[in-house]
Structures are given as structure tokens and as C-alpha cells.
Design a protein around this ligand. Structure first.
Ligand SMILES: *Cc1c(COP(=O)(O)O)cnc(C)c1O
Length: 343
């Protein structure tokens, strides 16, 4: 990896972060007259902990990593945006990613006026290493990979991700939003090995908390320090921090839900191919199934008419004729299968 100093935008490297009242005084006290807060309406009158240490302590315990290697944001979308802002000079640098994949990498690049280069996956929806490496140049500061990938559902081959980690001199982001549904291990255990690795996870999927907006980035202390430097001072509010803690402390409940979702995924994988409107199922390591149907637009519309919403991906690269179906409750999945039976 290049020295971080030469990867980070010079203005970001040289700037001083905003210093809040909560940053300046840390410790025990009883009278807080330092932040122009209203003294009434506790606990919501107080600004939240800017670095969310209680939540990080719990996540560090669950994942077996250092608290200082964790960045928490307003969904994963926040670290995606911050990574581009920290490393990519607008109209000069570029980011490389895969196609098809999660749409936010491209949106965040566009917002920041950073060129977005997408490299088509191979016929197995896997990384085309040659193509990725030839899309990368001197101005490529960040590459984004998503594994298991959305909307395809498969995990990218681990050896190919190692190849990129070993050869690319910039930042390698691996988005693991769906890792809890996967039979593949996380790349979290590789953080010590690869100083250029950033792993993204989220509470929006397996943890069942998309509504509270809690995204996580894991990386070296140096990369985390840069994200902390440029984030909004109070990027994660009190309600989210409290609820995240409550949910992280009941991991057993998450695991119960996970088992049900995985069992239902298997049931759908057996039942869907038996329907006449289903042409093909792609393998999945996530909580959704990409399926090729006889007429994606017509079937999508007929499902909507029955109050069942799936994601029509027919206009996405390599996904012609495909619907992306999220695994629901047993009752919801049965409703879907019954509706599809008649199509
Ligand atoms: C759903 C999803 C996320 C989650 O984003 P949040 O902002 O944390 O809700 C991240 N990456 C991918 C690929 C996703 O599909």
C-alpha cells in the first residue's frame, strides 16, 4: 500500500477537525454548562457521544476486534461517502467497482464529482481480475467490492479478493452487508494483515434494524482516524446509539431470526424452480434470491397487484429477466409462492 499520506486528499490530511464541547471535556461531572444545551428534557437534551464508545465496546466484543478500528455512521452509506471524500480529489481521482453491484458506490462517486469505473463481473458473477487490474491506474484511490454481492447474491471468490488486496496500492473496500447470511468467513480477520483493507458491515440486514441507520466500517486505526476527522461531529444520534446497544446485547435473538431466514431461503430455493414462471435461480449467500423468470416486467406487475413487492432487476447489467426476491417470514414466502404459482 502507498503511504496513507499520499492517498488521502491533501486538504483532508492537513485540516483540523471540528472540536465540540463533548470532545474537549471527557470524564465524570455533574454540572454540564459547556455545550449550550437546554438543562431540561434529559436524556435527549444532551448531545450524543461523538465517537459512540458504548456501542463500539459491544461491537468490539462481538467481533473480537479493537474499538479503535471501528467507525460508526448513519448507515453504511455514510462511510461509503466519507471514503470517497477522504481519498478522491474531485475531477482528478477515480474509484473502481464492479457491475452489477450496489448502487450507492456510483451515486456517492457522482455526488463528489469522482469518476466511477465499473468492471463487468464474469459469467459466474465473479471478479474478473484482469479487467479490474486494467481499470485501475495512478488516479485510482479506492476500489469497492461487495461480497456477498447485491443484486447477484453470490460471494466473490476469496482468492481473487486477496489478489487485489496484495497488488492494489490504494484502499480496498469490501462491503459485507450480507455476511451474516453467508457460509464464507468475513474479511474482518484480515485487517491486521492488510493496512489498505476497509470492511463495511451494517445493522440494516441480519440485525433487523434498517430503520435506526447504523453502519459500521472496520479498518486500521489510521484510516478510522481520517474518517472520524471528516464526519459530522454528532453523526449517530442518541436514539440510534441506545437502540443499537439494546439489539447488540441480544445477539441470541438475531441468531434465532437468522436461522429462520436461512431455513426459509432453503425452502424458496426448493420451491421456486418447480414453478412454471421460474427459469433459473442463481446461487445465494445472502437473504435474497436472484431469479430469472419468463417475463420479469409482467410478473413484477402482477405481484404488485396482489400487494407483493419484489425488486425488478431486469434493466440491470447481466440481470435481464431477473427479479430479486428478499426472504421474508414463512407466511410472506408462502404468499409469494402461491401468487407465482398462478403466473
Ligand atoms: C443494504 C446494503 C447496505 C446497507 O446500507 P445501510 O446504509 O447500512 O442501510 C450496504 N451495502 C449493500 C451492498 C447493501 O445491499
Amino acid at each position: 500500500m502507498k503511504e496513507l499520506k499520499y492517498l488521502v486528499r491533501p486538504n483532508v490530511w492537513n485540516m483540523k477537525p471540528y472540536s465540540s464541547a463533548r470532545d474537549e471535556f471527557q470524564g465524570e461531572a455533574t454540572v454540564f454548562l459547556d455545550a449550550n444545551e437546554n438543562p431540561y428534557n434529559a436524556p435527549f437534551n444532551r448531545y450524543p457521544d461523538p465517537l459512540q464508545w458504548k456501542v463500539k465496546e459491544q461491537i468490539a466484543k462481538l467481533k473480537g476486534i479493537k474499538q479503535e478500528s471501528i467507525f460508526l455512521g448513519n448507515g453504511s452509506d455514510e462511510p461509503i461517502d466519507l471514503l470517497i471524500r477522504a481519498f478522491c480529489e474531485p475531477a482528478v481521482d477515480n474509484v473502481v467497482s464492479i457491475d452489477p453491484s450496489y448502487g450507492m458506490y456510483e451515486v456517492a462517486a457522482n455526488v463528489n464529482n469522482v469518476e466511477f469505473r465499473k468492471v463487468k463481473l464474469d459469467s459466474q458473477f465473479d471478479l474478473d481480475i484482469e479487467a479490474v487490474l486494467s481499470a485501475i491506474d495512478e488516479q485510482t484511490k479506492v476500489v469497492f467490492f461487495c461480497s456477498p454481492n447485491n443484486p447477484t447474491g453470490n460471494s466473490l471468490t476469496r482468492a481473487r479478493l486477496y489478489q487485489i488486496l496484495n497488488t492494489f496500492q490504494g484502499i480496498v473496500v469490501i462491503d459485507e452487508a450480507y455476511i451474516d447470511f453467508s457460509s464464507e468467513p468475513s474479511f474482518l480477520s484480515e485487517l491486521e494483515q492488510f493496512p489498505n483493507l476497509v470492511v463495511l458491515q451494517t445493522m440494516s440486514k441480519a440485525w433487523g434494524a434498517a430503520g435506526i441507520r447504523m453502519g459500521m466500517a472496520f479498518a486500521s486505526l489510521e484510516i478510522i482516524a481520517i474518517l472520524n476527522k471528516i464526519k459530522y461531529p454528532y453523526n449517530v444520534n442518541i436514539l440510534t446509539q441506545k437502540q443499537a446497544l439494546v439489539m447488540l446485547e441480544s445477539k441470541a435473538e438475531m441468531e434465532r431470526q437468522l436461522r429462520s431466514i436461512l431455513a426459509e431461503r432453503s425452502r424458496l430455493q426448493e420451491a421456486l424452480p418447480q414453478l412454471s414462471c421460474v427459469r433459473k435461480l442463481y446461487p445465494t449467500d445472502a437473504n435474497f434470491i436472484l431469479t430469472e423468470v419468463t417475463d420479469a416486467n409482467a410478473i413484477y406487475k402482477q405481484l404488485v397487484e396482489q400487494g407483493i413487492i419484489v425488486r425488478n432487476r431486469t434493466n440491470v447489467t447481466m440481470c435481464q429477466g431477473c427479479l430479486r426476491i428478499t426472504v421474508g417470514t414463512p407466511v410472506e414466502n408462502t404468499a409469494l409462492l402461491e401468487a407465482l404459482k398462478k403466473m
